[in-house]
Design a protein around this ligand. Structure first.
Ligand SMILES: [Fe+2]
Ligand SMILES: [Fe+2]
Length: 315
């Protein structure tokens, strides 16, 4: 069982990486943890390419698929856009968060693979900040705002926070109904625990990266592994014995520095040592720190100041 995320196929160089992705065997599954592309047609191209090669492809949406990008002829917003993506996946034979959870019986199994669509609720806040409103105000004062605020519409929900709460409720109910002795592989675009965001260059970006509500899910739901993306910091961390894999490809300017950008980490059976070309970044490692740019985050100059720039003195 292999995993990848953040393919961002609007970039030609990333499309070439997708073209080159191949299973190691006819039985391999591929978990695709979101941010395939910004346009519906790009998502269709990438997922149909991968579905033709892997025994099963499991997809969860990233924030980019949920954007209503000004250049995309598909104008659906919010829940309607998510539902259009689910229909597209089903037409390609790709498993979505709306389908029955498939059980992996290959090496390292059995484990039920749970594609999660949960979003975020601005609860990954700075210490001492008690509300989402205060956190967003402080981020704004620091010149930090995610592009999601302009392109990710929550319709018909009043806010992404409300949409997130609804997804948490219905997803927890499905997880609670799983057999109590069956391990899980939890697949989410956003990290389920906060630790991966601690190395963000701009800490306020964590607001757009997950929810504290899932902090105990990996243990509560018997995760053999957690797979996530979004941060563009591929690495492996362990928390309470559970491996959390960030499997992002990211933007060409990010992955072009890596030895093996097309590497798809193996999730099951769990590996115990890095394989050839495998990257294992320790928490706090400087390598792989995000270089957020126009695609993901936006940083605005405060009045009277130079634009801070992403290479600036904050970390
Ligand atoms: Fe991404
Ligand atoms: Fe993302």
């Amino acid at each position: 069982m292999l995993a990848v995320s953040d393919l961002h196929v609007r970039y030609e160089d990333n499309r070439a990486v997708v073209e080159a992705l191949r299973p190691a065997s006819d039985e391999d599954w591929l978990l695709v943890a979101g941010d395939v592309g910004d346009h519906m047609a790009d998502v269709e191209w990438a997922l149909s390419t991968l579905a033709s090669r892997f025994s099963r492809v499991v997809w969860v949406p990233g924030n980019h698929e949920l954007w209503t990008h000004p250049d995309d002829p598909v104008r659906a917003r919010g829940v309607a856009r998510y539902e259009a993506l689910v229909r597209l996946c089903r037409s390609l034979g790709v498993t979505t968060p709306e389908d029955p959870y498939p059980v992996w019986h290959g090496a390292g199994g059995p484990a039920v693979v749970v594609p999660l669509f949960l979003l975020y609720d601005y609860s990954f806040r700075r210490p001492g900040v008690r509300s989402a409103e205060e956190a967003l105000r402080l981020a704004d004062e620091a010149g930090v705002v995610a592009t999601d605020e302009f392109l990710l519409r929550p319709d018909p929900y009043a806010s992404v926070v409300e949409w997130c709460r609804a997804r948490l409720r219905l997803t927890a109910a499905r997880l609670d109904a799983l057999p109590a002795d069956l391990p899980t592989v939890l697949v989410s675009h956003f990290p389920l625990v906060r630790e991966p965001t601690e190395v963000l260059r701009f800490p306020d970006f964590a607001l757009w990266c997950g929810t504290e509500a899932t902090a105990d899910w990996p243990v509560r739901y018997r995760a053999a592994a957690v797979v996530y993306g979004h941060l563009h910091i591929p690495r492996l961390i362990r928390k309470q014995g559970v491996p959390h894999y960030e499997v992002s490809l990211g933007y060409p300017r990010e992955w072009s520095r890596r030895a093996d950008p097309g590497h798809t980490p193996r999730v099951l059976p769990e590996f115990s040592a890095p394989g050839p070309g495998e990257r294992r970044l320790g928490p706090g490692s400087d390598e792989g720190r995000p270089r957020p740019g126009a695609g993901e985050f936006r940083s605005r100059p405060r009045s009277g100041e130079e634009r801070p720039g992403f290479g600036g003195g904050r970390s």
